[in-house]
Design a protein around this ligand. Sequence first.
Ligand code: ZN
Length: 503
Amino acid sequence: MMIGIYVRVSTEEQAKSGYSVEGQLRDCQEKAKTKEVLEYIDDGISGSVLDRPALTRLREDIKQGLVSKVVCYDPDRLARKLVHQLIISEEIEKRASIEFVNGEFARTPEGMLFYQMRGAIAEFEKEKINERMSRGRVNKARKGKVVKNSYMLGYDYDKENGMFIIKDEEAKIVQLIFNLFNNPPSHIKGMNSIANYLNEMNIPTKKRKGIWHRNVVRQILLNESYTGVYHQNKWNTEDMLGNKYRSSEDRVAIALRPREEWITTEVPAIISQETFQRAQQKLETIRRRSSKQSKRKYMLSGLCRCRRCGNTITGRYSKNWNKYRREYTCLKNSVGAKSRGCTPSMRLPADRVEVEVWDKVEKWLNDPSEIIVASEFENESSTPSYEEAEIARINDEVEKLRIARKRLFELFSADLDISTDEIREQLNDNSQREKVLQSKLENLEQKNNDNQIHEANEVLLQEAAEYYFEKEGHLSFEEKQELLNKIVKEIIIDGDDVHIYSY
Ligand SMILES: [Zn+2]
């Protein structure tokens, strides 16, 4: 939208060089990187009064939404007194942004104080907004509403009413998974084989294009929400908001709230309590049996794949330079193996890989922004979504509006026999239309992002963090394995490179 330049020169200052109207205009245009600006000039007027014709006009135009950015030589131009400078700049920043050229004034004690105060006020405002937002969400949850979409298979999120709605075709998949697990037909055995079955039957994942993994199946079987009990306000993430401004040691980790602060929300159930409990018992049995069975333990078993040959990577205890060691390899010796794997076969010392993976996952828990969400790296599709196509179309339209506006500006400065009010009105109309388009764009982009966020990423991570923080970071081998299984979808190993993908 439009940029307004505010210039003020008092009678005494007119004599001084660098403070001329032309000088200020030129410097401001340079700062704005455009000459396509609206000019507001108070010539020969003192900064001790606030009622100045051009300043009043500028404030009015900002209120009307005509000007969205103000460029000014320095805060001293806005007003003489610090308090007035702060009031005006705060008023401007409610609806527009403001930039200063930052001349000499920025280095004077008055100037430094202005910038510090302004920064402090902005910080304070941000905190207030955050606090208000999270309070609003908690209140909503207390009233029995689901406050945000967690992309769970089986549900759609009704944002307006704050509730999950059962999505029939997906709910059927959830029920099928529980059923296959609790009462397996003879050809299906365990979670891996359920995942394979779902892939073979072309049953879509939440993301539609995704592939079923053993761990996706496992997460569904562990998800208590399907019995109609959904916990909110479990996690304190508010303090993490400032993390991007903090050094890595000072970053705040996600924190589990005490249980009494959790808010349990009733949501439509997809499976019965009995079905869920039955699955939990079976899962527990499997866990116990598998930890007994394996003589040597491999933390990453069932999670790794070799990028070069595509084989799964398994742990084995093997002789290397006359010494036995645990290692991971893509070699498949068994008769039925589709591929023998890489030649020469890829073999990595298990200790090294496990430490590397665990370090990375610990970092994730402390700073989720570091997470690599598994994109559709298996089958990338190049067809743009509806949202992407629509975004391109609207961007075109915005560009056309900008061109029209440029013409209006040319008229504005051409000094023709047209009333400037009329042009002002057209400009106003033009910027209103752009505003509408921009908000449409924002919505679409949000939607497009939502599509790309994997369904359960956040919830999974929170559950993993819960586990981790309850143990205060001291986890046994089995516990680490358990946690990895919660959040790691797949680990792709390419020679010495280890890439970990979360859900
Ligand atoms: Zn390989």
